[in-house]
Design a protein around this ligand. Structure first.
Ligand code: ADP
Length: 252
């Protein structure tokens, strides 16, 4: 079949700055791909192009073989793309369960009549939806935190809620932006297990990550960016020993 994700000669310029400069990469289905590189190398810009937040200056994006270059975020969500953010974007005044409920509610198809007739917030009391949310909470080890507000929880749990919320959309391609940032060693290990189980369920995972231990142990394949270009691409061992990678990091 087609790769889960293809980036073909993608560029993104901000005025004179080439944040992405003719990038091409391809991610096979149900793989974990790491995107690494020094600060300012274009990693987040790449995610923003893939998830429809930025229009690329040039090039093409394909999801499961389908052209998605200038698709809006909601179209990409329909095509099975979900992402998390470096700075968590949970709803602070909603419980963990409600954060997942919102994602579930946005995902399912509903008739226009339901929108017209039902009161806002009715999803909070929808039994089937709540059962679905509880299944997701259980899958991500969040059962004990369903009634808590995210802000009251350890950072590692909040990160897990954000992943659970993205997975509630049943994506085929999951983009994780620095999922290990701010986590302690135990939390990083738990994160690794969660990401592996997501991959094992058939979802393709692309992650931006600075934690090299996690990248090395988790990813089948790593792409290294520097100044908007790919400077190395291969297995974790291949890229870790590439002289141009070592040089790029020394300059960071
Ligand atoms: P990374 O995620 O690898 O740290 P980014 O993709 O955030 O790098 O940024 C790459 C370059 O693009 C940086 O020089 C950054 O300042 C620039 N950049 C990113 N987004 C914008 C924007 N919206 N407007 C102008 N410049 C931007």
């Amino acid at each position: 079949g087609a790769p889960a994700l293809e980036i073909l000669s993608v560029s993104k310029h901000f005025r004179g700055l080439k944040a992405l400069d003719d990038i091409s990469l391809s991610v096979a289905a149900a793989q974990i791909r790491g995107i690494v590189g020094p600060n300012g190398s274009g990693k987040t810009t790449l995610f923003n192009v893939i998830s429809g937040f930025y229009k690329p200056t040039g090039g093409e994006v394909r999801i499961d073989g389908r052209p998605m270059t200038n698709a809006r975020s909601y179209r990409l969500a329909q095509a099975g793309v979900a992402r998390t953010f470096q700075n968590l974007r949970l709803f602070p005044a909603m419980t963990v369960r409600e954060n997942v409920l919102v994602a579930l509610d946005q995902t399912r198809t509903r008739s226009i009549w339901r929108y017209a007739i039902w009161q806002p917030g009715v999803w909070r009391h929808d039994r089937a939806l709540r059962r679905q949310a509880d299944t997701i909470l259980e899958r991500y080890g969040l059962t004990d935190f369903g009634d808590a507000l995210p802000g009251a929880l350890p950072y590692g749990i909040q990160r897990r809620v954000e992943i659970a919320r993205a997975m509630a959309r049943e994506p085929r391609l999951l983009l994780l932006d620095e999922p290990a940032a701010g986590l302690n060693g135990d939390e990083v290990r738990q994160l690794g297990e969660i990401v592996r189980s997501i991959r094992d369920s058939g979802v393709t995972v692309v992650l931006i990550e600075h934690n090299m231990g996690l990248v090395m142990s988790l990813c089948e394949h790593v792409t290294v960016l520097a100044s908007g270009r790919i400077i190395a691409d291969g297995t974790p061992d291949e890229v870790a020993t590439a002289p141009q990678v070592i040089e790029a990091y020394l300059g960071d």
